[in-house]
Design a protein around this ligand. Structure first.
Ligand code: HEC
Length: 162
């Protein structure tokens, strides 16, 4: 009879944990916390560590039609991380007349990457390949607008381009 008791206790504490996690604000004197979003890393680091890294990862997974579930799962995840990278880019606009164009280009990356994630989630290879090219175009549109001399070429190695 001891075992069921312990189980009940465990379930009880899990439920208590869930409740305290789902409603913490009320117990803190009702003061609403509004976080201030602050960019920390340089844009260049986001480009190398997030944008380019996930872009090349996607390229590897989509070069040929993935045969394993895991490859689709990775591709979807990398596309979602690109979409989130776009959110981070929105914290770092140029503080001049280029600001609106920056937001537009970043939103462009977010929506193309989110669409690609959906296609990968459905394991739709044709839509994923097309979506990947759309993402590359979104990268290049921003680079062109802000005179960044970096050309992003989708399926560079696969197509055997020079
Ligand atoms: C909203 C604008 C914007 C978007 C969208 C964007 N970039 Fe960039 N990217 C920049 C800027 C600005 C730089 C130059 C950063 C610097 O050197 O300070 C840059 C630079 C780079 C670099 C060169 C980094 C280095 O080491 O000098 C790479 C690689 C890159 N981007 C990849 C990508 C990829 C891949 C995507 C799409 C998945 C992308 N970028 C989307 C604005 C953007």
């Amino acid at each position: 009879m001891r075992k069921p008791c312990r189980m009940l206790f465990l379930i009880g504490s899990l439920a208590a944990g869930w409740l305290s996690w789902s409603a913490p604000a009320a117990s803190q004197g009702g003061r609403k916390v509004v976080p201030k979003l602050v960019p920390i890393a340089e844009t260049k680091l986001l480009m190398e560590g997030l944008a380019h890294a996930n872009f090349r990862g996607l390229e590897r997974h989509l070069k040929q039609k993935p045969t394993e579930d895991q490859a689709w799962t990775f591709a979807r995840g990398q596309a979602l991380l690109l979409a989130e990278t776009a959110n981070l880019l929105m914290l770092r606009p140029p503080r001049n007349e280029g600001e609106s164009a920056w937001f537009e280009r970043a939103m462009d990356l977010r929506s193309t990457a989110a669409r690609l994630a959906q296609a990968a989630g459905k394991r739709d290879y044709a839509a994923s390949r097309a979506g990947f090219v759309d993402v590359a175009n979104a990268c290049n549109r921003c680079h062109q607008t802000f005179k960044v001399k970096v050309l992003i070429t989708p399926f560079e190695e696969a197509e055997g381009s020079p």
